[in-house]
Each structure stands twice: as structure tokens, then as C-alpha cells.
Design a protein around this ligand. Structure first.
Ligand SMILES: CC(C)=CCC/C(C)=C(\C)COP(=O)(O)OP(=O)(O)O
Ligand SMILES: [Mg+2]
Length: 432
């Protein structure tokens, strides 16, 4: 067994891979056999044609972008790296123009000075189909929202979000797995924690009961039906229950359990944020970053293999080096949210913690200087993510590891793209 006490610096992925390789492959083959035997059909999702496995992270072949403050450079910057060999590094980038209709141009002003990788708009045909299906699911299957939330639902552009974050999803069915979960996660955040009736008061009880839609209650015959009925009691639980059912059908048992663990982390993060809100406590910057590592997008990139139709074996997912890469990626994506949602959160009622707000308060900086410092924190996280992912890709050249790392990197890039272009939801501060 791997030594659970190894720190990331001490972990030795090649050695671990050598130890686990045969076991993992045998397990995967056995699992495929079991699924075929149990269902009479092969495992749910045939792997998509694997993109090239060389050089997962961008360094050093693909310089990322730090957007200069001058808008004149934007066109060149947004076109992104185009040198020899860059196409295979990012599945989200297409070397050639898509054969489908050109997507409508989107307004795209990134945070100046932010380190990110530009990606093209996703296939508009795919986006349209995911958008159609997710609305049908929301309205007809889980009765997610009242009519007057429809504009906000559309403005969220979840189909475009998930299509740009999962460029290697082999089908719309695969993309729908991520899309339903994304909608459900936002329903819980909005209805339990934030703007649509949410409150820190009583949040723990609500979250725990909703969590049982992902991680079911096992109890006595007397109480089981009451629990089952409760999963239909409100929109967040209906959404979690249904989205998880679809996900479980496509995922392997350890992929489903990985997701449950990540969602428990998320709920823990919501609770810490709520506890601080209740007492109007502003944590220190590192404490805020700790909370935000849990109240985090992490459950989204970590399903990249299920959405891609393959599986990163649990033992490789659990390696400390992989855990560090995932955490850094999740943290970078989440601080992107803090930067793009800054003005929205300032305009809301009460004090909404985000990184610039906490830095301003705790380090006694002006709002602008705190915002600029938050950009630097993000950039450091991004660079660490990329260098640790590069080291891991070199150390562990297994195809599932390579593809998973590329999938996480694509999610990071896609998440930035969606935030940058979602002008319905986000507006930058006037600091430049
Ligand atoms: C989709 C998902 C797992 C979300 C979990 C946590 C979350 C809602 C975010 C990381 C987004 O942050 P925030 O709550 O600040 O969202 P907005 O700024 O309101 O878009
Ligand atoms: Mg935010």
C-alpha cells in the first residue's frame, strides 16, 4: 500500500505507478468484465479517441498569457499560442475552424494581468443541444425553478460552460453528466446558501440532508421511505438526486465515491463560510484560502474522466502528487471566480467574502491594490498547478494519468473562458 504520510515532495509517482500498474490494469479489466456480465452490455462509455499524450501541461512549450492592460493587444492574446506542437497540448484548442456554424462573437475582456490560456468558443451545435436538454431536465424532470428565474438560468449559459470545460467528452450524453451536476450544485448554493432564499442559519441541517441524495441513507425499513420521499421535497434535493443517478450509471464505483468525497469537501467549505458570515468574521488571508479550497470548483474538474468516458484508477487519483495537482487546479479556478464575481458580490447585501475583500481588510490595502494582489495569488496558483502537473506527467506516463491531467487543464482553461465571457453575470471593476 502507498504510504499515506508521504508529503507531495516525498511521493514517488513512478515507483507508485510501477507498484500499482499491474494491479490497476487487472482491476480495470475485471471491472469491465463485471459491468458486461451484470448489464449484458459493455461499460457505459467507450473511451474517446485519446488525444496525444505528450507534454500535458503547457510548460515550457506553450507560454500562457498575462494579459496586458492595453486592450489593443487583446486580439493577438486571445488567439493564443499557435506554434508547432501546441495543438495536442490543449484539447480545448482546435487547430482548424469548426465545421459547424461559427459561434456568435462573445465579448471577452479578461482580468488584466491574469495568467490564463485562451481557448476557442465550443462547438455551437453541441452547446445548443446541451442547452436544450438541460432546460428540459430542469423543467420537466426536477422542477428546478419558478418561471421568473428562467432568464437567470439562461444567462448562466451552463451548456456553453460545460462544453468549453470538457472538450474531450465523446458525446452530448457524456456532457450532460457534468451539466446536470453543475446545475444541481448551483441550485444548492443559491437556494441553501446564497441569493435565492439561502441563509447561514440552519445550513448544516439542510446540507446534510441534501448530501444524502449523493451518499444515500442506509437505515431501517420504517425510516427508509421517509428519507426517500425527502429527496423530492425541494429543488436542490431533486436536482442532486437526479443528477447523481445519471452520474452513477455512467461512473465506476470509485469515480462515484470520489465525487461524493469532493462534494463533502464542498459542503464543509459552505459551512465554514456560513459560520464566518453569521458572526461577520473576516478570516486571515490564509484562513480564507483554506476555506475556499473546500468551497471550491474541485468536484467539477475531478469528474473529467467520467465525462471523457474513461477512468483514472482510484489508486492513482489518491497519490499525493495527483491530489496536489487537483487542489492547485481547483484553487486557481475558484480564485478566478473571486476575481470575476468581485463587483457582483460587492453589490450584494451584506459583506460577501472573496479574496480581494479579505486581502483589503486583513492587509490594510486599498480595494484596487488588494484586487491586484489577488491576481498575483491566482497567478502563483496557476503556475504551481502547471509545474506540478508537468512533473507528474513526466513521472507517470500512464495514458489515463496523462489524459486526466489534460482534462483538468482543459477545465481550468474553460472555466476561465466562461467567467471571462459571461457578461450577463460578471463585470470587472473599473481599476484600469
Ligand atoms: C459548481 C460548484 C461545485 C460550485 C461550488 C462552489 C461555488 C458556487 C463556486 C466556487 C462559485 O463561487 P461563488 O459562490 O462565489 O459563485 P458566483 O460568484 O456567485 O458565481
Ligand atoms: Mg464568487
Amino acid at each position: 500500500m502507498p504510504d499515506p504520510d508521504l508529503s507531495p515532495e516525498q511521493s514517488s509517482l513512478p515507483e507508485a505507478a510501477a507498484r500499482f500498474g499491474a494491479y490497476v490494469l487487472a482491476e480495470a479489466a475485471a471491472r469491465a468484465r463485471d459491468i458486461t456480465l451484470a448489464t449484458g452490455r459493455p461499460p457505459a462509455a467507450p473511451p474517446a479517441p485519446a488525444p496525444p499524450v505528450a507534454a500535458v501541461p503547457p510548460e515550457p512549450a506553450v507560454p500562457a498569457v498575462e494579459v496586458p492592460a492595453s486592450a489593443g493587444c487583446l486580439k493577438r492574446v486571445l488567439r493564443g499560442p499557435s506554434g508547432l506542437g501546441t495543438a495536442g497540448l490543449y484539447p480545448a484548442r482546435r487547430a482548424e475552424a469548426p465545421e459547424v456554424p461559427e459561434p456568435a462573437p462573445v465579448e471577452a475582456i479578461p482580468v488584466p494581468g491574469l495568467y490564463f490560456h485562451p481557448v476557442p468558443e465550443p462547438d455551437p451545435v453541441r452547446v445548443a443541444e446541451v442547452s436544450r436538454r438541460i432546460k428540459a431536465w430542469a423543467v420537466d424532470e426536477v422542477d428546478l425553478y419558478p418561471d421568473d428565474w428562467e432568464e437567470e438560468f439562461d444567462g448562466f449559459s451552463v451548456g456553453r460552460y460545460m462544453a468549453v470545460c470538457h472538450p474531450d467528452a465523446p458525446s452530448v450524453d457524456h456532457l450532460m453528466l457534468a451539466t446536470r451536476l453543475m446545475v444541481a450544485e448551483n441550485a444548492v448554493d443559491d437556494c441553501y446558501c446564497e441569493d435565492h432564499g439561502g441563509s447561514p442559519i440552519g445550513l448544516g441541517g439542510r446540507l446534510l440532508l441534501a448530501h444524502t441524495a449523493l451518499d444515500p441513507l442506509h437505515t431501517t425499513a420504517e425510516y427508509q421511505p421517509l428519507w426517500a420521499e425527502s429527496l423530492h421535497a425541494d429543488a436542490p434535493r431533486r436536482a442532486y438526486r437526479s443528477a447523481m443517478e445519471y452520474f452513477r450509471e455512467a461512473a465506476g464505483p470509485s469515480q462515484a465515491d470520489r465525487f461524493r468525497h469532493d462534494m463533502a469537501r464542498l459542503h464543509l467549505g459552505y459551512l465554514a463560510e456560513a459560520a464566518w458570515a453569521q458572526t461577520d468574521h473576516v478570516p486571515e488571508v490564509w484562513e480564507y484560502l483554506a476555506m475556499r479550497q473546500f468551497n471550491n470548483f474541485r468536484p467539477c474538474p475531478t469528474i473529467t474522466d467520467t465525462v471523457g468516458g474513461y477512468e483514472l484508477p482510484a489508486d492513482l487519483h489518491a497519490q499525493p502528487a495527483m491530489q496536489r495537482v487537483i487542489a492547485l487546479a481547483g484553487n486557481a479556478t475558484t480564485i478566478v471566480n473571486d476575481l470575476y464575481s468581485y463587483t457582483k458580490e460587492l453589490a450584494g447585501p451584506g459583506r460577501h467574502l472573496n479574496l480581494p475583500v479579505v486581502i483589503a481588510e486583513r492587509e490594510k490595502l486599498s480595494d484596487r491594490d488588494a484586487y491586484l494582489k489577488a491576481i498575483e495569488v491566482h497567478n502563483d496558483l496557476m503556475r504551481d498547478f502547471e509545474s506540478e502537473a508537468a512533473a507528474l506527467a513526466t513521472a507517470c506516463p500512464l495514458p489515463s494519468v496523462q489524459r486526466f491531467l489534460r482534462g483538468v487543464a482543459a477545465w481550468v482553461d474553460g472555466n476561465h473562458h466562461w467567467h471571462q465571457t459571461n457578461t450577463y453575470r460578471y463585470h470587472l471593476p473599473n481599476y484600469w
